[in-house]
Design a protein around this ligand. Structure first.
Ligand code: ATP
Ligand code: MG
Length: 556
C-alpha cells in the first residue's frame, strides 16, 4: 500500500479492496489484441494496469487477446512485447494468450449448453441481425432457440469437427431477446471460422467471441480488477452473466475508464493500419505515427510518455487532450537530459575575410547551460562557416538583432562578426556573406567586453558533417480526425519536410537525443541513418507553436 492519497477513482477502489481485506494482492492484465501496433491510448492502459499492480506489490499479465484470427499476426505480438518493455514495464513469466485457454473455453461452452443456457442457431448472419431488434424495439427469438440440449451438443461438436462452413451455425447464449441492453440479446459465444490461428495453428475452426473469452480468461488468471475503456460498460452485464453461470473459482471485477484521445491524432488501430497499408506513412513506426514504436523512433523518452498519461489522469469523462501536453512532457524530459549541439538546417555560407586561411581554433562549448556535469566539448572554428539562412536579413527591421548588412552579431562560443558584403547569384538570391571578425572578442578569453544584442549558432564548413534532417508536423489538420467522415480529407499534406543540414563534427557519433541549439530536440533515425549519410529526426520543437491554434480548436 502506498501512503499517498489515491490519485484516481480506480486506485481508490483498489486501495479500499486491499484495506478491507477483500483482496490480499492485486492482479491486473493488459489485454491488447495483436491486430496492430500499440498507440498512445494504450500507453494510458499499460501505465494503469502495470502501474497500479506495481504500486501495491501485485502482478500484471500481458495477455494477447487473440480471439479474432485473420487480423492477428506474430509481427504484432512481437511489437506489443517490445513496446511494453520499452515503456518500462515487465510481465515476468505472465505472458499469456486468450488462445492458451481455448480448450477450457470450449469446455465451458459445452457446460453452458448442458445447463440449457446456450444454443446453436442456424439463422444466417443477416437473419440474426433482423431478429436482434433495435434500441427501441425488442428482438425476436430465433426459431432454433428451443433446440434440445442433445441436439445442441451434437451440432456444436460437429461445428468443432469442421462439418460446416463459416456462418452456417453459431453458438449463442440464451439470455433475453427483449433486454434493453443489446449485448444481452442472445450474444454469440462461438462462431465458425475456417482459418488458422497465429498461436494455436490449425487446431480450431471455431473461435470464442471476445466477451465470452475475456471474462473467463480474467477468472483463470486470478485477475482482481479488470480495467478497460468505457465502451465496455454495456458489456459488463454480459461479463458478469458468464461468471454467474459458470461460477469459476475466482471472480474478477470489471471497471471502466475513459479512453485517452489526443488532438490531431487518430487512436484506432484499424485506421492506423489504413495509413500504413495505403502508404500514407512509411510504416507503423513512422515517426509521425501516434504508435509507441513511432514515438520511440522519433525520440520520445519513455519517462515523458509515462508522465503524460499520469497528468492526463484516469477518469470516467471522455477527453481530447492537446498534443501540446504530450510535447511539453517530452520537452521537459529532454530539457534536462539532452546535451546541446550546434547544427545548421538551412545553411548560408559566411566567409571571414580577415581570418587566416589555414587557421583552426578549438572553441570550448558547454554541453548543457544549466548543468555543468554535462561538461564541455571543443568546436572547430575556421574562416568559412555555415549559419542559418534565417539569421540573415538584407532588408531587416530595426528590431532584427541577427545579421544584416553592416550589422554585428556574436557567434556562440566564438567571435563577434560584422557583415561587410552580400554575394548573390544570377537569380538575385543571397549565396554568401563576406564578414570580418573582431579578434578581441573571443568567448571566454577575449580582451574586449564589447556586447552585441544577437547571438547565433554556426558550424565550420570544413569540419561540418552533412546530414539529412526530417522535420515533422501534425499528421492531421483537424483537431479531431477521429470524428471526420473520412480522415483522408483532413490529412496534413506537409507533415514531413526533409532538409539538408550541416552538423558540428561531434554529431557524427552517438545516437542519444540532443538539442540543436535554438532549433529543437533531435535524434538519429535508428532505421535510415548510416555513418556515411546520417539522418536525424526532429523530436519536438523548443516551443509550442501550435498552442494557440490548438486551444482555439478545442475550445479551451
Ligand atoms: P483500437 O480501437 O485502437 O483497436 P482497442 O481497444 O481495440 O483499440 P485493444 O488491443 O483491444 O485495442 O486494447 C487493449 C487495451 O487497451 C484495452 O483494455 C483497451 O481498453 C485499452 N485501450 C485501447 N485504446 C485506448 C485508449 N485510447 N485509451 C485508453 N485505453 C485504451
Ligand atoms: Mg479491442
Amino acid at each position: 500500500m502506498t501512503d499517498n492519497e489515491p490519485r484516481d477513482f480506480i486506485r481508490k477502489i483498489i486501495y479500499d479492496d486491499l484495506e478491507s481485506g477483500k483482496h490480499t494482492g492485486i492482479v491486473t492484465r493488459f489485454p491488447p489484441e495483436p491486430n496492430g501496433y500499440l498507440h498512445i491510448g494504450h500507453v494510458m492502459a499499460i501505465c494503469l494496469d502495470f502501474g497500479v499492480a506495481a504500486e501495491t506489490g501485485g502482478k500484471t499479465f500481458l495477455r494477447l487477446d487473440d480471439t479474432n484470427p485473420g487480423k492477428e499476426s506474430p509481427e504484432f505480438v512481437q511489437a506489443i512485447k517490445d513496446d511494453v518493455h520499452w515503456l518500462g514495464f515487465d510481465w515476468g513469466d505472465r505472458l499469456t494468450h486468450a488462445s492458451d485457454y481455448f480448450d477450457r473455453l470450449h469446455e465451458s461452452a459445452i457446460r453452458l449448453i448442458e445447463m440449457g443456457v446456450a444454443y446453436v442457431d442456424s439463422l444466417s448472419a443477416e437473419e440474426i441481425r433482423e431478429h436482434r431488434g433495435t434500441l427501441t424495439e425488442p428482438g425476436k427469438n430465433s426459431p432454433f432457440r428451443d433446440r434440445s440440449v442433445e441436439e445442441n451438443l451434437d451440432l456444436f461438436s460437429r461445428m468443432y469437427a469442421g462439418e460446416f462452413a463459416d456462418g452456417e451455425h453459431v453458438l449463442r447464449a440464451k439470455i433475453d431477446m427483449a433486454s434493453p441492453n443489446m449485448n444481452m440479446r442472445d450474444p454469440a459465444i462461438y462462431r465458425i471460422r475456417h482459418i488458422p490461428h497465429q498461436n494455436a495453428g490449425d487446431k480450431w475452426c471455431i473461435y470464442p467471441m471476445y466477451d465470452f473469452a475475456h471474462g473467463l480468461s480474467d477468472a483463470y488468471e486470478g485477475i482482481t480488477h479488470s480495467l478497460c475503456t468505457l465502451e465496455f460498460e454495456d458489456h459488463r452485464p454480459l461479463y458478469d452473466w458468464f461468471l454467474d453461470q459458470l461460477k469459476p473459482e475466482h471472480r474478477p471485477r470489471q471497471i471502466e475508464f475513459s479512453r485517452l484521445n489526443l488532438a490531431y491524432t487518430i487512436t484506432s488501430k484499424r485506421k492506423l493500419k489504413m495509413l500504413v497499408d495505403e502508404g500514407i506513412v512509411s510504416g507503423w513506426d513512422d515517426p509521425r505515427m501516434p504508435t509507441i514504436s513511432g514515438m520511440r523512433r522519433r525520440g520520445y523518452p519513455p519517462e515523458a510518455m509515462r508522465e503524460f498519461v499520469k497528468r492526463a489522469g484516469v477518469t470516467k469523462k471522455d477527453k481530447l487532450i492537446e498534443m501540446g501536453a504530450l510535447e511539453n512532457c517530452v520537452r521537459e524530459t529532454l530539457g534536462d537530459s539532452a546535451p546541446r549541439r550546434m547544427a545548421v538546417l538551412r545553411p548560408l555560407k559566411v566567409v571571414l575575410t580577415n581570418y587566416p586561411e589555414d587557421q583552426v581554433e578549438l572553441m570550448e562549448a558547454m554541453n548543457h547551460p544549466g548543468n555543468p556535469d554535462f561538461g564541455t566539448r571543443e568546436l572547430p572554428f575556421s574562416r568559412e562557416l555555415w549559419i542559418e539562412q534565417d539569421d540573415f536579413m538584407e532588408e531587416a527591421p530595426r528590431k532584427f538583432f541577427r545579421l544584416k548588412p553592416g550589422g554585428e552579431v556574436r557567434l556562440r562560443f566564438g567571435y563577434i562578426i560584422r557583415c561587410d558584403e552580400v554575394i548573390k547569384n544570377d537569380a538575385g538570391e543571397v549565396v554568401e556573406l563576406r564578414c570580418s571578425y573582431d579578434p578581441d572578442t573571443r568567448s571566454g578569453t577575449g580582451t574586449s567586453d564589447r556586447k552585441v544584442k544577437g547571438t547565433i549558432h554556426w558550424v565550420s564548413c570544413q569540419h561540418a558533417v552533412d546530414a539529412s534532417v526530417r522535420l515533422y508536423d501534425r499528421l492531421f489538420n483537424d483537431a479531431n480526425p477521429n470524428m471526420a467522415d473520412d480522415f483522408h480529407s483532413v490529412l496534413n499534406e506537409s507533415s514531413l519536410e526533409v532538409v539538408p543540414a550541416k552538423l558540428e563534427p561531434s554529431l557524427a557519433a552517438g545516437d542519444e537525443a540532443v538539442q540543436f541549439e535554438r532549433l529543437g530536440y533531435f535524434r538519429v533515425d535508428a532505421q535510415d541513418s548510416t555513418p556515411a549519410a546520417p539522418v536525424f529526426n526532429r523530436i519536438v520543437t523548443l516551443r509550442d507553436s501550435w498552442a494557440k491554434l490548438e486551444k482555439q480548436a478545442l475550445g479551451n
